[in-house]
Every structure is written in structure tokens, then in C-alpha cells.
Design a protein around this ligand. Structure first.
Ligand code: PEP
Ligand code: MG
Length: 575
């Protein structure tokens, strides 16, 4: 039995399939068959040709617009690309290690740059950055190929990996995956959120998993207790068959809530919205009678592609989602990249601390083409459906003002092209960074609504990485510091007269419902799979009791004390 962190509830049994995805890289890595060698060589040569063409165009463009000496940087990068020893090294690694060309490039370039970074000479250090840049360009060129999907996952597999990045997870043949087990990761990592929205059991943070499980092993994954059994005895298998049946029976017990209103014991009706990561979640949201979509994480639609989707492609799938939800509102969040959300075709500079590197709206503002395309899409959708736009990782008012300026620009372009849109489309800010939380009242005046993203807020308030298994114990959504900050966010939103939704994962835990209502939250957005449990908790809550509970929690000194208080006051479960 291997111990880890249960990050997506449910149990599953099946055959292990080990996928090597690499830490913090969206670089596909796999073992290749001898018959694939020639194909990998061809892929390398065409990626080099593509990267060379790009560098040539860059060199010429910069020479014309800026100057010859500035353009030389790209000339140097072209020379690196043409270096025969580099080609030999990459292809030798492919042959000797029997790995795909992306994995070999990553290895070869990392070796090169690591050596140069250690050099005393400043000139050589600069070359390290160029070599890194060339490596990323080659990987981006490979990612543009139409056939760079993930490995073939056999039906009914339990996927075992070091770490699963969202961009990799989203590319797997998810319909074939019965469960996930990873060495790294934590409950609030995006891959865990994705696993929960797929309803796929998952256990993360099992340190020795790659040494203990081989492809073909028989595995049981218990995403509730956070344990994994490798080649278990038949008595354990029988035990788990019984547990799986119990779990589905307890889910069945809540079914009757689908058609009941989301109303407290004292008669307050509270909208219950759904968090959506991919189109099929809208179907689940409808199935559970969601009042709308409080968070549409658009990045997953990008992660399954090999290049940025065009405006028309995006319009097609986002309009379809809004159409399905009509007349309910849909809050589309602008694509939130950075941190652990990396796209293979949009390489970001390496960072020692990706959560603190450029991400969210700031990254988009520097990539105006990506931002403007998406704004055009949502504005066009708003002509037909009640769509709003949510800005990720807002830090302060300047972020919002800059986006508003781009929105105005896009609106006049759409008008000139005779395209319809809602000129007053609501624009909201995610409150998920302490600075934004502390500035809520000021920020609220610049936007039409707010959304509390506790997944990031907790990591930044408590200095505990949401994706790292080693900080899992310190990542405490119930910490009184988090609750006090939430209280001040609520006060700020109220005094500015702005609606505030909570869409962080903590809203999906029924143990937290009374506390959140007591703090003053009136609109919750949760994963579709958690809607019934949360509705059940809302229907068992009296707002006066909830206020007293929140006041008591705010006075406590630790997350453990708050949790004990919530457990003590937990309403009796459904009989
Ligand atoms: C959050 O940070 O709470 C949030 C909802 O956004 P994400 O989980 O996508 O970072
Ligand atoms: Mg976030």
C-alpha cells in the first residue's frame, strides 16, 4: 500500500500505465519503438527548418525596424540551430535512449545551458539564454505539428506519472483513464481540479510511485483515503468493490436534490453556479440544474490543441457553451496562463518560482494578440447570450484599466466590421492575490463584479505552493488569516455595491458552506460534481446560525481549531 494525498474522491481499479511527463514541463516524453526512429529524425529536421525560417524572419524584421546590431541576436541563434554537433547529440539521445525527439531536445539543451550558466564569463552566460531560447523555439515548432497528441492510453488504464501538468492531462485520452496516481502534486493543483471535474479518482504526492509501479501492474486507487494498492490480494479487491458500490449509493441518495431549490432553512434563495473546465462540464452543470456558470476556465480548451485556436474556432466552442446555458449567465475567464498552466506551443521563460512569475492578466496584456482575439470572441458571444468576462490574477486597478482600454479598442474594431456585441458586457476581476483582496473596495469601482479565487489566494496568503505535496499541510483554506481577508473582501464588495461570487475549490466542500454563508457570501460556484452536496448543505443552514459560526471562526487562532468548530456544528447527515 502506497500513501499519498486523495485529490479526487472515488475508487477505481485497473492496469497501470506509466506516463513520463517531467516536472514543470509541458514537454511530451515517451519511449519510442525502433520503427519510429526514422520518423523522429524527420520531425527534428522539419522543426529545425521551421525554427530557422522564424529566426530569419525575426532577424530581418528587427533589422528593418530597430537596427542591424539588435538583429544579430537572431543570427547567433540561427548559428546555434545549424550546429552539427547539436543535431548529432539530439539524434544520438533519441537512438540510445529510445525517447521521442522532444524529450531528447529538452535533455540536450538543458545539459548545454546548465554548463554555460555555471561559467564565470558573462558572455558565455548570455549564450546560455540564447541556447535556451533556441530549445524552446524547437519545442514550439514540434508542438505545432497536428499529430503531437499524447501517448496512446489503453482503455481502462490507471495513469501513473511523476507529475501531471494540466496541459498534459488535458491531452491524454481521458475517456480511457480510470484513475491518476502521481508522485508530485496537491489537492489544489490544476490537474487535481481537472481530475475532480472529470470525476476520475486521483491520488497525488506518492513519492516513490515511479519506483513502485510498472506498466501492467494491477492497481487499486482510493481517492478518498489517498492510498494506492499495487498488485493487491483478492480480499482487498473485494473490499474495494464493496466500497465502490457504497460510494455510488451515497451519491444516488442526493439525486432528489436536483430539482429542489438552493434555499436556506430561513428562506434565502442562493444562486448555485458551476465551475466549468471543458465543454462537457456544461452538460453536467445543466444536469444538476446550475443557475449559470460562475467560472469558465478557458485554458483547458487551449491545452488540448497544438496551436492557439483561431477567433472563429473559439467562437464556435464558447458560443456553443453559452447557447447550452442560455438564458443563464456564463462568466468566461480570459485564458489564465503561467504558473502550472503552460501550453506546449506558448513556451514561457523558465522561472525558479512560476507562481510568482508573470501570469494571468499581466501575461495577456503583454501578448495583445492572444488577449484581443479572446475579447473579440466573448464580445461576439455577448450579442447572443448573457456572457461576462472575468480577468484572472488581477493585482491592482492598473491591470483592469489597461484591459478596459483594449476592450474599447476591440469594440470599435467590431463596430467598424459591422459585428454585434453587448457594449455594456460585464467585466469582473478575480480576487486571488492579497493585493487585490486588500484593495477590493477601490478595485470594485473599476469592475462590474468580483469573483473570489481562494485556490490562489490561500497559497499567496500562507506562502504555501498549491501544487507542491510538501506544502500540502500548510495550505489551509480554513486558516483564520484567510477567513479574515475574505471578510474584508466581502466588506469591500458590499460597500462598493458589487456582486461577489466565490469560485475557489473551498466553496465545493459542504463542510465549509455554513461558514461561507455566515461570512456573507451569497453566490457559490462549484464543480458540477459537488453541486448536490453543497445544495444539501445550503438547505440545512440557517443564516443566523451561520453568522454566529463565522464570528466564532474569525476569533480562532488556527485552521485546525476552525475545522474542529465546523465538524462540531456540522448538520446531521441525510438519513
Ligand atoms: C482560484 O485561484 O481560486 C481559481 C478559481 O482559479 P484557478 O484555480 O484556475 O487558478
Ligand atoms: Mg487562480
Amino acid at each position: 500500500m502506497l500513501k499519498g494525498i486523495g485529490v479526487s474522491a472515488g475508487v477505481a481499479k485497473g492496469t497501470a500505465f506509466v506516463v513520463s511527463c517531467g516536472y514543470r514541463s509541458a514537454i511530451p516524453q515517451r519511449v519510442i519503438r525502433p520503427s519510429e526512429l526514422e520518423g523522429e529524425r524527420r520531425r527534428f529536421d522539419s522543426a529545425v527548418a521551421r525554427a530557422e525560417a522564424e529566426l530569419r524572419a525575426l532577424q530581418e524584421g528587427v533589422r528593418d525596424r530597430i537596427g542591424a546590431s539588435e538583429a544579430d541576436i537572431f543570427g547567433v541563434q540561427k548559428l546555434i540551430l545549424e550546429d552539427a554537433s547539436l543535431r548529432d547529440r539530439v539524434l544520438r539521445t533519441v537512438e540510445e535512449k529510445r525517447i521521442n525527439v522532444e524529450a531528447a531536445i529538452s535533455e540536450a539543451f538543458e545539459d548545454y545551458t546548465r554548463g554555460l550558466e555555471r561559467a564565470e564569463d558573462a558572455f558565455l552566460k548570455t549564450r546560455a539564454a540564447d541556447i535556451h531560447d533556441v530549445g524552446r523555439r524547437l519545442l514550439a515548432a514540434l508542438a505545432m505539428e497536428p499529430d503531437c497528441a499524447g501517448p496512446d492510453i489503453p482503455d481502462g488504464a490507471i495513469v501513473v506519472s511523476d507529475e501531471l501538468l494540466p496541459s498534459v492531462t488535458a491531452r491524454l485520452q481521458l475517456e480511457n483513464v480510470r484513475a491518476f496516481v502521481t508522485a508530485r502534486g496537491n489537492k489544489f493543483a490544476h490537474s487535481s481540479i481537472l481530475a475532480r471535474s472529470l470525476g476520475t479518482p486521483a491520488v497525488a504526492g506518492v513519492p516513490s510511485v515511479l519506483a513502485q509501479i510498472k506498466t501492467g501492474d494491477r492497481v487499486i486507487v482510493d481517492g478518498v483515503a489517498g492510498v494506492v494498492f499495487v498488485n493487491p490480494e483478492s480480499s482487498i479487491e473485494r473490499e474495494y468493490d464493496r466500497l465502490a458500490a457504497d460510494l455510488s449509493a451515497s451519491k444516488e441518495k442526493l439525486r432528489h436534490l436536483v430539482d429542489l431549490p438552493s434555499v436556506t432553512l430561513d428562506g434565502a434563495t442562493l444562486p448555485l453556479l458551476a465551475n466549468v473546465n471543458k465543454f462537457s462540464d456544461t452538460e453536467a452543470a445543466l444536469l444538476y440544474n446550475a443557475d449559470g456558470i460562475g467560472l469558465y476556465r478557458t485554458e483547458f480548451a487551449f491545452a488540448i490543441r497544438s496551436a492557439f485556436p483561431t477567433e472563429d474556432e473559439q467562437f464556435e466552442f464558447f458560443e456553443r457553451a453559452a447557447e447550452r446555458m442560455h438564458p443563464r449567465k456564463v462568466m468566461f475567464r480570459l485564458v489564465d496562463l503561467g504558473g502550472d498552466k503552460i501550453l506546449p506551443y506558448f513556451p514561457l521563460p523558465p522561472s525558479r518560482n512560476p507562481s510568482l512569475a508573470e501570469r494571468g492578466i499581466r501575461l495577456l496584456l503583454r501578448h495583445a494578440d492572444v488577449l484581443k482575439t479572446q475579447l473579440r470572441v466573448f464580445l461576439r458571444v455577448s450579442a447572443l447570450h448573457p456572457a461576462s468576462i472575468l480577468l484572472p490574477v488581477v493585482v491592482g486597478v492598473e491591470d483592469v484599466r489597461q484591459v478596459r482600454q483594449v476592450v474599447r479598442q476591440v469594440q470599435s474594431e467590431l463596430s467598424a466590421a459591422g459585428k454585434q456585441f453587448n457594449p455594456a458586457i460585464p467585466i469582473g476581476a478575480m480576487i486571488e492575490v492579497p493585493s487585490a483582496a486588500l484593495m477590493t473596495r477601490t478595485l470594485a469601482k473599476e469592475v462590474d463584479f468580483l469573483s473570489l479565487g481562494t485556490n490562489d489566494l490561500v497559497q499567496y496568503v500562507l506562502a504555501a505552493d498549491r501544487e507542491d505535496e510538501t506544502t500540502a499541510a500548510y495550505y489551509q483554506p480554513l486558516h483564520p488569516a484567510v477567513l479574515r481577508l475574505m471578510q474584508s473582501v466581502l466588506d469591500g464588495a458590499k460597500s462598493a455595491g458589487r456582486e461577489l461570487t466565490i469560485c475557489g475549490e473551498m466553496a465545493g466542500d459542504p463542510l465549509h458552506t455554513a461558514l461561507l454563508l455566515g461570512l456573507g457570501l451569497r453566490e457559490l460556484s462549484v464543480a458540477p460534481g459537488q453541486m448536490l452536496e453543497v445544495k444539501d448543505a445550503i438547505r440545512r443552514t440557517r443564516l443566523d446560525d451561520a453568522r454566529r459560526l463565522a464570528a466564532a471562526a474569525l476569533d480562532l487562532g488556527s485552521a485546525a481549531e476552525v475545522e474542529a468548530l465546523l465538524n462540531e456544528r456540522r448538520p446531521a447527515p441525510a438519513s
